[in-house]
Design a protein around this ligand. Structure first.
Ligand SMILES: Nc1nc2c(ncn2[C@@H]2O[C@H](COP(=O)(O)OP(=O)(O)OP(=O)(O)O)[C@@H](O)[C@H]2O)c(=O)[nH]1
Ligand SMILES: [Mg+2]
Length: 555
């Protein structure tokens, strides 16, 4: 191309047109016509080269811009867990550097399970003193069973769960009578764990507790966002006076921000005069000394917590394996082993002074996402090595969802997480709403959102492992048909339930997308990192292919 131009530049005429050829003095009519034709042809070629350069530049710019993926879904659907899977699969080095910070979260998850059992024990003990009180326990009736109410947002289902147990009150009374002094002893020896929980919660901040109420009554509050406005040429969203408390963006590397809070700050009144003298001296040596001492203090506080947990190990084991307590939990339909952040079966490994979380521990740990978190994932291996993707993780509870909308106009793909094991559960923040109902409404809202017409939507039908367990006789033998309208006589197994939901989500996409779009659905168990990495490979390739295609670079 450069050669072509330089040829013409060297014979540039007096008009300054690089493509005009210098006519000879005795130019005939025919020669003139030929020259004009040649000039025209050269101009056309040059124009097409210019257009190509421009297109290449745009494509290159697009190529350099990181791929942006937004993870959406209700709270506890597995968004943050999916991001952890991305890190393990493609940026393992960075992941291992973060892993140790999760120790406090795993400890909190463990201690919380213990305290949940202790609370139940306390309630049962207070009732066991009066045999006439079994009626005071609430046993849901069949009329309180949660039903998926279709996809209308207006009539949330009533709360409760189907308890088919006959004579539950008598059973409960039987267990209560079986509580002995040993149980009282266990309870009082484990009392310090309440303080440990408070300590850990304070340090981890508000991410450590779940949202238990909301005044947001719709699944899709982002559909009511104020209009896009332009201020000084910059596109903005009108501020919403009713915006939820959690409307903010954290442009940091995700969960680490919350975890950093685990490290206590050096407070003035805990400093020795020696520290202050060192500060006045201002030497590099004294700074290093201060840092060392502050790190030591951090370790001290962490150690104190670890000491209490380690010293309680045998009592925690005794509590969790006690038949009477198991009976009480069963009677209350409390399946702690299916709940998020369950580590009681790992007590031997975790309640030790030198405990370091494994990959698996971190993936199973639960820490709520606050606001919107931005993760920069730098691929460390494979054909994508060196490329950066930006993954946005959001808080999924209803009160957090209005914060999603500003991210809609600048993403390449959305991965939507729908936990399919939750068909018989209600939202933590609004007990009247069935969790699967909420997921369907949310999906419908995203499919119909005009701003997302050209955004690739991918759905993970997640928590398949929990679905399998829930339907199996040992996991409760829940009957899907009791909760899912239209399920009919289909088999009560995980595969059939999953494909039923797959079809439901697919139909919503088809019916509500403004323009036809592909349905990319994957059945996942995000705690299974090996399986999930295979899914992520497919998803990564799909997103990349489409992105390159849009940049006109695909073959
Ligand atoms: N058994 C099982 N647990 C899962 C699965 N996916 C996620 N979890 C667990 O569910 C809990 C909640 O997952 P998160 O990834 O924190 O959920 P989230 O969607 O980020 O929730 P918010 O931050 O509140 O919006 C964690 O303890 C996970 O380990 C799954 O497929 N199977
Ligand atoms: Mg999260």
């Amino acid at each position: 191309m450069r050669n072509f131009r330089s040829v013409f530049a060297s014979i540039m005429d007096s008009t300054g047109d690089p493509l005009a050829m210098v006519p000879s003095e005795q130019e005939t009519k025919e020669q003139r016509a030929a020259r004009v034709m040649e000039e025209e042809r050269a101009r056309r070629i040059s124009d097409s080269i210019d257009a190509q350069i421009k297109a290449d530049k745009i494509a290159l710019k697009k190529k350099k811009k990181a791929i942006r993926v937004l993870l959406l879904g209700q709270s506890e659907s597995g968004k943050s867990t999916t991001i952890k899977n991305f890190q393990i699969a493609y940026a393992y080095q960075a992941w291992t550097e973060e892993r140790a910070s999760w120790r406090a979260v795993v400890q909190l998850n463990l201690v919380r399970s213990v305290n949940t059992i202790l609370d139940v024990l306390t309630k049962e003990m207070s009732q066991s003193t009066s045999p006439s009180s079994p009626r005071s326990i609430h046993f849901p009736t069949s009329r309180e069973t949660l039903k998926i109410s279709g996809t209308g947002d207006s009539s949330p289902s009533s709360s409760g769960s189907s308890l088919r147990t006959q004579g539950a009150a008598e059973l409960s009374f039987k267990y209560r009578l079986a509580l002995t002094e040993d149980h009282r002893g266990l309870r009082s020896r484990l009392q310090p764990l309440q303080r440990v929980q408070q300590e850990l919660e304070t340090k981890l901040g508000s991410a450590s507790s779940e949202v238990t109420s909301t005044n947001v009554t719709t699944a899709v509050p982002f559909m009511e966002q104020p209009a896009h406005i332009t201020v000084n040429g910059i596109s903005e969203f009108q501020s919403n006076p009713n915006r939820p408390r959690e409307f903010f963006v954290r442009s940091n590397i995700g969960w680490k921000a919350a975890l950093d809070k685990v490290r206590p700050k050096l407070s003035i009144n805990t400093r020795s005069t020696e520290d202050l003298n060192e500060k006045f001296e201002g030497s590099a040596q004294s700074e290093a000394c201060l840092r060392k001492r502050s790190m030591k203090r951090r370790r001290d506080i962490g150690d104190e917590i670890t000491d209490v947990i380690t010293d309680s190990k045998d009592d925690i084991k005794a509590l969790w394996t006690d038949d009477v307590i198991r009976g009480i939990l069963l009677k209350r339909k409390m399946r702690l082993e299916d709940a998020s952040g369950f580590f009681l079966d790992d007590i031997d490994r975790i309640a030790t002074r030198d405990y370091e979380p494994s990959d698996d521990d971190v993936v199973r740990a639960r820490l709520r996402t606050l606001g919107v978190q931005e993760h920069h994932l730098k691929f460390e291996r494979g054909s994508e090595k060196g490329r950066e993707w930006v993954l946005y993780d959001v808080g999924g509870s209803r009160s957090c969802r209005a914060a999603w909308y500003p991210f809609f106009d600048d993403v390449n793909a959305i991965i939507f997480l729908a936990p399919i094991s939750c068909f018989d559960e209600s939202l933590v923040e609004d007990r009247r709403v069935n969790r699967l109902d909420d997921s369907l409404l949310l999906w419908k809202g995203l499919c119909s959102c005009p701003l997302l017409t050209n955004v690739q939507l991918i759905i993970f039908l997640n928590k398949y492992d929990l679905l399998e367990r829930k339907l199996s006789p040992s996991g409760g033998g829940v009957y899907a048909a009791d909760y899912i309208p239209g399920y009919g006589n289909r088999p009560n197994d995980a595969q059939s339930v999953a494909s039923f939901f797959r079809q439901k989500f697919g139909e919503l996409l088809k019916q509500h997308s403004p323009e036809p779009r592909g349905f990319y659905a994957f059945i996942t168990s995000a705690v299974n990192t090996k399986e999930t990495s295979l899914t992520l490979d497919t998803v990564r390739e799909g997103i990349l292919r489409r992105y390159l295609k849009e940049a006109d670079l695909a073959p």
